[in-house]
Design a protein around this ligand. Sequence first.
Ligand code: HEM
Length: 455
Amino acid sequence: MKLPNGPKTPRLLQQIQWAADPISYMEAMAKSYGDIFTTSVFDSRPSILVSNPQALKQMFARENKDFSLPGKDKKRLNPLVGNQSLLLLEDESHLRQRKFLMPPFHGARMRTYGQLICDITEKVMDRQAIDTPFSIRSAMGDIALQVLLEAVFGFHEGERCTQFRELIVSLMKPLTFVSLFFPFLRLDLGSWSPWGQFLRTRQQIDHMIYAEIKERRQKLDPESTDILSLLMSARDEAGQAMTDKELRDQLMTLLLGGSATTENVMTWLCYWVHKKPDVQNKCLKELEDLGASPDPVKIFQLPYLTAVCNETLRIYPIDMFTSPRIAKSSLELMGYELSPGTALYGCIYLLHHRQDLYPEPKQFKPERFLERKFSSYEFMPFGGGVRRCIGEILAQYEMKLVLSTIVSHYQLELADDQEARPPRATLAPDVKMVLRGKRNNPETARPNEVLLTRK
Ligand code: HEM
């Protein structure tokens, strides 16, 4: 019995290779060492990257008994999400928060947000000027944030919503994130310094969230369907409600977990569908077969649209890894011996690029998801086990409704023919698109619209 193989090159060299091009690093390692290998890029202790479905199945099946599941890096994220965040908690306290959060994100509940998502998409797309290139990532970011503000916080259009949105946009600026990753940059030199600005913006956000909670505690509307209201009405087994601090920290967690992920994945989705005219035409045909003003639930169930979303999540998964599982004691996995403290990561990117599961893995082929079913150890864009993504159904619902609204209402084109590549890790590139007009609108329709809408 032994530790899985891995590169013998010095750690620093591996880290440089990783930082320069993580995808090439992982592919080179998998080619040399197979689908379970040891690396030291993340930590001085050995970490194991697993993209073998059988090993992943064992890892998740044994996660409670043999592994501990640490929360994410507290030093980095605590200032943003707070110490009660689902992302930072472990064991019982993590499970307690998940039990509160899971029912509001349950599948059947998501239909409440269907029309909302379609309306927000139209509002954002209607703002784009005709024949002028615009950033589809920024448009998708606007949609993702507005959906969260309305569905999670219950902040509908209006002054309070606008003010809150501006504060969140300011808080999530790239410079802030640099300070979160490098704590030595956290210097409060007044409101003009990045960290000083972060602290002041966070204070304003907290003030708004706590005021909202206080107001609702005084008169909670039983008809409200937003996630904050549902969380406030929930009770644990001991009959306890969530505290104000727990509510605040989970709201910030949902904003962090649900905004950039959805923005990136919807950008890729728009890119692929407009890059591949046959894919776009098949989506349109499927939508047209539902008739005028289709029910969002029917759209959610469309097989080809589902396959397109799955293929988008497969080819460049938004998270390349699951959270780590840390061996509690010496243990055996697939014939390898792991010493206590060894970290195991499910490598989602390599799993999704296995030749045996996904022939021609670099090609965008939605049909593969119609030709066979993949198990949850073969396709895992939302991770797995006790840290599986809370927002999975909302994200899938949003992807499908945003895409269907865009392809059926707007005639969009990519601004250039270039092949898009992830700029870093699996982030979506800043793809530019051009709006040529609205479909079935005689004032803006173009000659090729007839072709595209299959009249
Ligand atoms: C397409 C969009 C999304 C993708 C690809 C995605 C993917 C993921 C992945 C891979 C994880 C880690 C799972 C693991 O460690 O095994 C995760 C965790 C999480 N996601 Fe998502 N996510 C998306 C959207 C969302 C949305 C919309 C929300 C909420 C509104 C959300 C909230 C969370 C939270 C709170 C966690 C932490 C769960 C925990 O630690 O218990 N995500 N997500």
